[in-house]
Design a protein around this ligand. Structure first.
Ligand SMILES: C[S@@+](CC[C@H](N)C(=O)[O-])C[C@H]1O[C@@H](n2cnc3c(N)ncnc32)[C@H](O)[C@@H]1O
Length: 257
């Protein structure tokens, strides 16, 4: 089902720090050099409306956060929220996570990765568009430092089980540990917008954290040059259009977000 187009940020906001485009990134792109303050960098794949990125950046001043979002409107919306909050420890990249993780990020550059409610691509012929493929997960293991966590949350049990099985096959992650749901203290006290709407609709959420193992050898980075293009997914996952065939949960107010 098509989504409503995201709100445009205030045109008076300067997004030059907060919104990057995949095509502007060098190869390799080391995210540890992308922030004014040195600190561990965590990456969110598919930031949507940006609730995780904005809250994590506000809560953890000593850490840096990078979001990747393939849909231009959502990348700009989140960048606008970060700019409005004057966050210096979070930035958005408009681009394809498969390409950026697989082909641009150097080994062991991230202190955490977050994948919340990735598009499920229900139809059999669209399954290959799922972000959490075995190839992507192997590259996720490559770019994570040992001991750091990959968080996977979704409302689609079958995708969850499939992703955990694929992660196990890479040999790069310890057995998943379940992450507990916290009780929201206010209307936006959820990890992401999709977690909020799923829980308010009374539907289950599957959550796991997978620790990057110390003793496993990751694959190599997929070299993108010389054919760098603005097209998504020269990396290990296939081209992902910005709309999925996700069925929309029952409508729930987004509290003006
Ligand atoms: C179902 S939404 C979830 C958004 C957010 N994580 C949340 O939980 O509210 C999935 C998001 O992932 C983005 N996405 C899908 N494929 C992507 C890719 N290859 N790279 C970056 N973002 C992607 C979509 O555009 C969409 O905004």
């Amino acid at each position: 089902m098509p989504r409503r187009p995201p709100r445009r940020p205030d045109p008076g906001l300067d997004l030059s720090f907060h919104l990057l485009a995949q095509e502007e990134l060098p190869e390799p792109f080391d995210p540890r050099t992308a922030f004014p303050e040195l600190g561990p960098v965590e990456l969110e794949v598919g930031s949507g409306k940006g609730l995780f990125l904005t809250s994590a950046a506000a809560a953890a001043a000593g850490r840096n956060f990078l979001g990747i979002e393939i849909a231009h409107g959502y990348a700009r919306l989140t960048a606008g929220k970060l700019a409005a909050a004057a966050a210096r420890n979070a930035r958005m990249i408009r681009g394809d996570a498969g390409f950026i993780v697989g082909s641009l990020l150097p080994d062991a550059c991230l202190a955490g990765m977050h994948v919340y409610f990735p598009d499920p691509w229900w139809k059999a012929r669209h399954r290959k568009r799922r972000v959490l493929s075995e190839g992507f997960l192997a590259q996720a293991g490559r770019v994570l430092t040992t001991g750091s966590l990959l968080h996977i949350w979704t409302d689609v049990e079958e995708y969850f089980e499939e992703a955990l099985a694929a992660a196990a096959r890479t040999g790069l992650f310890a057995a998943p540990s379940e992450e507990a749901a916290s009780e929201p203290r206010h209307d936006l006290d959820y990890r992401t917008h999709f977690e909020r709407r799923t829980r308010l609709a009374g539907l289950p959420v599957w959550r796991a954290a997978l620790e990057r193992l110390t003793n496993a050898a990751p694959p190599r980075r997929v070299t993108a040059s010389p054919a760098r293009t603005s097209e998504p997914s020269a990396g290990p996952t296939p081209t992902v259009p910005a709309q999925s065939d996700r069925a929309a949960p029952p409508p729930v107010s987004d509290s003006g977000q």
